[in-house]
Design a protein around this ligand. Structure first.
Ligand SMILES: C[S@@+](CC[C@H](N)C(=O)[O-])C[C@H]1O[C@@H](n2cnc3c(N)ncnc32)[C@H](O)[C@@H]1O
Length: 260
């Protein structure tokens, strides 16, 4: 039985904080610890804390939604969902892996930049992934790349991990090119990333990719990702599609991506 934690969201108005600066307090006996929602090493080190804060309190529905978008996209083809070999980029403590298992997918490879994510997955969801690598997708070595390619993944998923100081555009494209041609792609992004007024690297990439010769879009769904700490709904888009070809170097150069 996982321990319940005493947590408290800050009473002050935190509207001016960026999404990656938001924090809460964790009480243990007499001590009070401030933890940011992006302090993943700390969150994952404490069993059940990430689930309690992000999934119970803030009602995150992204892994289930992106898994459903993937299922719906694949259902529009003659391929079978349970035959996919999935690369889960920014897998965290395995919430998406668990959802994909529920959909009948059994071949799963997880990747995350921090060892605490893998340790938490092995502790709380053992056996969900066939392999789970600690790698920084911004700095893959040739041997990282060939290790990942050896799994012949034909599907890339990434949930709540793109942008906002997590996985930058270049790293996402690296993962896109690791999966096979004709592979499936399912991920989520904040709704403003599809807005022309947002000129961040991620925003540019997603808008260009959706209508490019590299991806066939199968499904695009706006939904409530979770609530903010102030209780306001945060809307995201979940996308499902089929890869047509590796993204070329000239496409990447044409985006002139900043390192965000
Ligand atoms: C908000 S968590 C999402 C975890 C999980 N996908 C979920 O939905 O619960 C974002 C994850 O992306 C990982 N991440 C950030 N930058 C990364 C990078 N450059 N390469 C691989 N993983 C990264 C973080 O360590 C973190 O576990």
């Amino acid at each position: 039985m996982v321990k319940r934690h005493r947590i408290q969201f800050p009473p002050v108005n935190v509207h001016e904080l960026d999404q990656d600066e938001v924090y809460f307090y964790l009480f243990e006996g007499d001590s009070k610890e401030k933890i940011r929602l992006h302090d993943y090493d700390r969150l994952f080190a404490i069993p059940g804390l990430y689930e309690q804060v992000v999934y119970e309190r803030l009602k995150c529905q992204s892994p289930a939604t992106v898994a459903e978008v993937l299922r719906y996209s694949v259902s529009q083809s003659h391929q079978r969902l349970n035959e996919l070999r999935v690369l889960d980029l920014g897998a965290g403590n395995g919430m998406m892996g668990e959802e994909l298992k529920k959909q009948g997918i059994s071949r799963l490879v997880g990747v995350d930049i921090i060892p605490e994510a893998r340790a938490a997955t092995e502790r709380d969801r053992p056996g969900v992934y066939d392999a789970y690598y600690v790698m920084d997708f911004c700095n893959l070595t040739a041997s990282d790349r060939s290790e990942l390619e050896s799994w012949s993944c034909d599907c890339l998923v990434s949930v709540a991990a793109l942008g906002f100081g997590d996985i930058p555009a270049q790293a996402f494209l690296e993962a896109f090119n690791i999966i096979g041609t004709d592979g499936w792609v399912a991920f989520n992004v904040k709704e403003t990333f599809l807005n022309r007024s947002d000129d961040s690297g991620f925003s540019q990439l997603i808008r260009e990719l959706i209508f490019s010769e590299y991806l066939d879009l199968y499904h695009l769904q706006r939904y409530r990702h979770r609530f903010s700490i102030e209780g306001e709904p945060l809307y995201y888009f979940a996308l499902g599609g089929k890869k047509i070809a590796d993204v070329s170097a000239s496409f990447v150069e044409s985006l002139s991506l900043p390192a965000d």
